[in-house]
Design a protein around this ligand. Structure first.
Ligand code: GSH
Length: 222
């Protein structure tokens, strides 16, 4: 093995899912270690072992990489097909990926990832939170629809026929859309992408592995 990928509980760690997908799509030969999240950013073992005190964290062939987007970009150096080939599309994919890393705060905070959550629409949101969530969903639909329907045709994944960095960055969103019953707020191409991505072998593998985590790792969010 040429390195190590540190992850948080697969059940909850949406940032870990992003990094893990990129590492797997690039075929990096690394071992994986999962640290159980304690909740509320209290996972001391992560603070001790990762330079930014967060997961995912990757060590590969003498390189140390933290922040999910940086891990995705590193993986794309090893497997350039993770970005679109042409400069203009690549600029678009970079922007869409960075947008996820920096934004969609309401969607991320109001709809936390829990791999075992079955369809259960959100209830009892304050009008302020509801407005923030609607704004995020409207921007999400606009952003992903444009990424899927470039140059007059619809692609299977965000910038082509196979998943790339942008798909990795939005993967937890594809899960949340189903778990929180948010499909009616999104364009049909985006809903179809969510379904296609959730059905991908790597997403299914992450789900299976999350189900195998010890019951003691549960945080009781749902
Ligand atoms: N901006 C970071 C966010 C990573 C993050 O927030 N990770 C959480 C787990 S999903 C974490 O490590 N929390 C530390 C803790 O639980 O103490 C990234 O993109 O990698």
């Amino acid at each position: 093995m040429a390195g190590l990928l540190l992850l948080g509980s697969r059940r909850y760690s949406s940032w870990s899912l992003r990094g893990w997908l990129a590492v797997r799509l690039a075929g990096l030969d690394v071992s994986e270690e999962v640290i159980p999240l304690k909740g509320n950013g209290q996972t001391v073992e992560i603070h001790q072992r990762s330079p930014n005190r967060l997961v995912p964290y990757l060590e590969h062939d003498r390189a140390q990489i933290w922040e999910s987007l940086a891990i995705c970009a590193y993986c794309a150096e090893i497997e350039p097909a993770l970005w679109p080939q042409d400069r203009v599309s690549r600029a678009h994919a970079w922007s869409v990926s960075a947008q996820m890393h920096a934004g969609f705060r309401a969607l991320r905070q109001l709809c936390p990832m829990d791999m075992e959550r079955q369809l259960q629409p959100l209830q009892g949101l304050s009008s302020e939170n509801e407005e923030a969530l609607n704004n995020d969903l409207s921007l999400l639909g606009f952003t992903l629809e444009k990424a899927l329907t470039r140059q007059g045709k619809v692609t299977s994944f965000l910038f082509g026929e196979a998943p790339g960095v942008a798909d990795c960055m939005y993967a937890p969103i594809a899960l949340r859309i189903a778990q929180y019953g948010l499909e009616p707020f999104l364009p049909p191409e985006v809903v179809a992408w969510c379904q296609r991505w959730r059905d991908h072998a790597l997403m299914r593998l992450w789900q299976e592995l999350s189900y195998k985590e010890p019951a003691a790792w549960r945080l009781g969010y749902t």
